[in-house]
Design a binder for this molecule. Structure first.
Ligand SMILES: C[S@@+](CC[C@H](N)C(=O)[O-])C[C@H]1O[C@@H](n2cnc3c(N)ncnc32)[C@H](O)[C@@H]1O
Length: 241
């Protein structure tokens, strides 16, 4: 009797694994018309690894970032993604992507992510008025002007836990401009450079127009207990910290 039960459990697990495999491949099948490219896997990996309870996304469009993070949340079995985008004409729509609301909803449904993704059809500043949740992972890919990206950081980064991450897309537009998508008002590199100068740790990937991960604590989170971080403390290499 016991072994029959085990057999049934194994069968169910195999079926779930197969289903997951199919759904992951669907991620690659959907057309998102997004500049995020393979850096979507960075978002997927960060969510898989850090097991966030609350993920906030600013700028969803057709949902490449939404679906990759949503898929990882679903696989984690915990966490919710709030996906903000007005889905109207803005200065920052991807090519042929104006009213993307139905396309986003359809992509979310195709992947079976309705339970993990909440679509907020609105602008980030309006959502911020009533926002109260602690955030584990914040993805900023909405209004790419200096004022817009800075505002998103100012409004939402205070809600991000010290060990959480804030990820900006399109941070390499100054160093690697692409004339096909040139935009005179592109201000994300300036915002992230300012944060770096203000002491926030920044890691930038030189791919897909630049993706930067910012830890929302100036100087980074100290990794030793307070008693060990006095100026006299010697590092393991023998030099004074
Ligand atoms: C580059 S697209 C986002 C791409 C998406 N993250 C992806 O992975 O494909 C930028 C999106 O930001 C949205 N947007 C522009 N201003 C916004 C604002 N103030 N708040 C939220 N979203 C905004 C636009 O509607 C557009 O869909």
């Amino acid at each position: 009797m016991q072994s029959l039960k085990n057999l049934a459990r194994k069968g169910r697990n195999n079926f779930r694994a197969a289903l997951q495999g199919i759904q992951t491949s669907k991620l690659n099948d959907l057309t998102f018309q997004s500049g995020l490219g393979d850096c979507a896997f960075l978002l997927y990996g960060l969510v898989k690894a850090s097991k966030p309870k609350v993920v906030l996304e600013i700028g969803s469009a057709r949902g490449r970032s939404t679906c990759f993070m949503g898929k990882a949340l679903q696989e984690n079995g915990v966490g919710k993604l709030f996906a903000i985008d007005p889905h109207t004409q803005t200065a920052w729509n991807d090519l042929d992507s104006i009213d993307t609301f139905q396309i986003l909803k359809s992509n979310i449904s195709t992947l079976g992510l309705n339970d993990v993704v909440e679509v907020l059809r609105d602008t980030s500043d309006r959502v911020a008025r009533n926002w109260h949740r602690e955030i584990d992972l914040l993805f900023i890919d909405g209004d790419h002007s200096y004022e817009g990206a800075r505002r998103d950081w100012d409004l939402f980064s205070p809600f991000v836990r010290p060990f959480g991450s804030v990820i900006f897309h399109d941070t390499l537009w100054d160093l690697k401009p692409d004339p096909r998508y040139a935009h005179p008002d592109m201000g994300v590199p300036r915002v992230v450079d300012e944060l770096r100068a203000e002491g926030y740790p920044v890691l930038t990937l030189d791919r897909d127009f630049g993706v930067s991960v910012v830890q929302p604590m100036r100087g980074g989170v100290p990794l030793r207990s307070r008693s060990q971080t006095t100026p006299e403390t010697k590092s393991p290499l023998g030099t004074t910290c």
